[in-house]
Design a protein around this ligand. Sequence first.
Ligand SMILES: Nc1ncnc2c1ncn2[C@@H]1O[C@H](COP(=O)(O)OP(=O)(O)O)[C@@H](O)[C@H]1O
Ligand SMILES: [Mg+2]
Length: 270
Amino acid sequence: MADTGTLSVRDLGKTYPVGTGEVEAIRSISFDVRAGELVCIVGPSGCGKTTLLKCLSGLLSPTTGSVLLDGQAVLAPPEKMAVVFQEYGRSLYPWLSVRDNVGLPLKARGVPRDEREQAVRAALEEVGLGQALASFPWQLSGGMQQRVAIARAIAYQPEVLVMDEPFAAVDAQTRADLEDLVRRVWQDLGVTVIFVTHDIDESVYLGERVLVLSSSPTVVQEDLAVDLPAARDQISTRALPRFTELRTHVHEQIQHAKRGARTPLPRPTS
Ligand SMILES: Nc1ncnc2c1ncn2[C@@H]1O[C@H](COP(=O)(O)OP(=O)(O)O)[C@@H](O)[C@H]1O
Ligand SMILES: [Mg+2]
């Protein structure tokens, strides 16, 4: 497993100026992610998940605190990080083929054409779209477009893959397939994955660990290890009593947080 791709978030706070006042989106968040770990971040809508990811990926500067990637402060988007956003419709260029969309970040990095072509093909194979090289995004379904966005991120061979509610806009069946795709990519590439979702079941199904955020102004309500087997399956994993225990626990934790609590409920014993 990779020894690079560790993240440290230290006392991160973010306050947005709004008109003459301000909105404190994130009060103070601290956590560490080990290289090669898959961490889900779950929290109610508006609690600051996107704000946190923008700070993590250097798109926004935090008001207080810091983000360290392999010990170095993140002050701008780091080379070794790729981000997949929720709105795939807006993240792919409609006038570029799938091949060119996926190859774009590599081109920007100056990767020679042959090498680029190889990386693009391998990434599209990985997401099951080997046949779609010459298609245009608008010829593909929503789920396929999101797979193109994932292929673009992995072709880039990031050390950290950050995803912001990437499956919120796809149907349930496609979503299940894409969840399994994320776990497979994570296992195959050994990258660090930070996956943000408001879907509690998704966070428990995908994560090795789930960070539960409180309502805004946000803190980490709980840092929960997911002690489910590494080989996961949409049917059998979700049918495990332990899966039900964990998702119920996270659900109660979020309800607890919505009532304004700042201290966690006791953990379910395994
Ligand atoms: N650019 C901005 N300017 C002002 N307030 C913002 C901005 N972006 C987000 N917010 C506010 O910060 C809070 C957290 O938003 P966001 O990070 O988008 O939450 P989430 O992704 O969890 O739904 C919300 O109250 C939101 O209205
Ligand atoms: Mg968001």
